[in-house]
Design a protein around this ligand. Structure first.
Ligand code: LIP
Length: 278
């Protein structure tokens, strides 16, 4: 039998797995219908009623079971809640990552949720309820795709890599120029680049070995908290795009199947530092 803390994490995993399934059913039931959409920070940064309802369902359910836990949720933050990570057990939640895809019924959206304790990720789930793709990880216990253990690819060189990257949800001209330059360099040096519109699923695809590198400037903690643990538990690396450790609040991420690939890729791309930080 494990320690009390381990048993508590077991319970956390069971509770969150069940509520993610339930929330996924809600997303799936609305997926092919038209949605009520509102704009957030730009006309390509959207929120729907489903984003808000799913976040509420997740937070209400987890609060009822674990009243001392804290939350960083995408929608609560956009309504003014503080985005503050402390040592307390904290769930970091993106209720619908890939909202633009959800709005258009492009079946590439997911729930992304991670539990951090003392700022260390312990549990991570990414779930695309339309294609029924469930990616899970617990610290030290490996990463799983629909219940089967998964591993990153064996790629070590950019010339052999398939890259997933996004332009993101801002229309900032400076960022657009840097990204176009980066896409050009990646197209000239790698096997190809894909942009499917969900930061969390991009990381999950690196974890499952479908893609070899993912990077993005402008994401938020809720886009990458689950993907970070899932990629690392699948044997990959997650770092700052300029090299060095990932800073969850920096709005920058680079995930890769090997340290060699991450290092070569980080030297290839032009850097961008989004403001403000989370
Ligand atoms: C978005 C991602 C998108 C990424 C953005 C943002 P949202 O999340 O799905 O792929 O480029 O940076 O993170 O707003 O749909 O939850």
């Amino acid at each position: 039998m494990g320690s009390e803390a381990e048993e508590n994490l077991d319970k956390c995993f069971d509770v969150v797995s069940a509520v993610v399934r339930k929330a996924g059913d809600l997303i799936a039931s609305r997926f092919w219908k038209s949605k009520k959409v509102q704009q957030k920070l730009s006309d390509i940064d959207l929120v729907t009623e489903t984003d808000q309802e799913v976040e509420k369902l997740l937070i209400d359910t987890l609060t009822a079971e674990f009243p001392h836990h804290r939350f960083i949720g995408e929608e609560a933050t956009s309504e003014g809640a503080k985005c503050e990570l402390t040592d307390a057990p904290t769930w970091i939640i993106d209720p619908v990552d890939g909202t633009m895809n959800f709005v258009h019924s492009f079946p590439h959206s997911c729930i992304s949720i991670a539990l951090l304790v003392k700022k260390q990720a312990e549990i991570a789930i990414i779930y695309n309820p339309v294609l029924k793709q469930l990616f899970t990880a617990r610290r030290g216990q490996g990463a799983f795709y629909n219940g089967k253990q998964m591993h990153v690819s064996d790629k070590k060189e950019v010339s052999q890599a398939l890259v997933v990257a996004e332009f993101g949800t801002s229309r900032d001209e400076k960022k657009l120029d840097i990204m176009l330059e980066n896409f050009r360099k990646i197209l000239q040096t790698s096997h190809g680049v894909r942009a499917l519109g969900s930061a969390a699923l991009n990381m999950a695809y690196v974890a499952v070995g479908g893609a070899d590198v993912n990077f993005e400037f402008g994401i938020h903690a809720w886009d990458i908290a689950a993907g970070d643990l899932i990629v690392r538990e699948a044997g990959g690396v997650v770092i700052d795009p300029a090299g060095g450790p990932l800073d969850l609040m920096s709005r920058r991420v680079l995930a890769a199947s090997s340290p060699e690939l991450a290092s070569e890729f980080s030297k290839l791309i032009k850097q961008y530092y989004p403001e403000p930080r989370d």
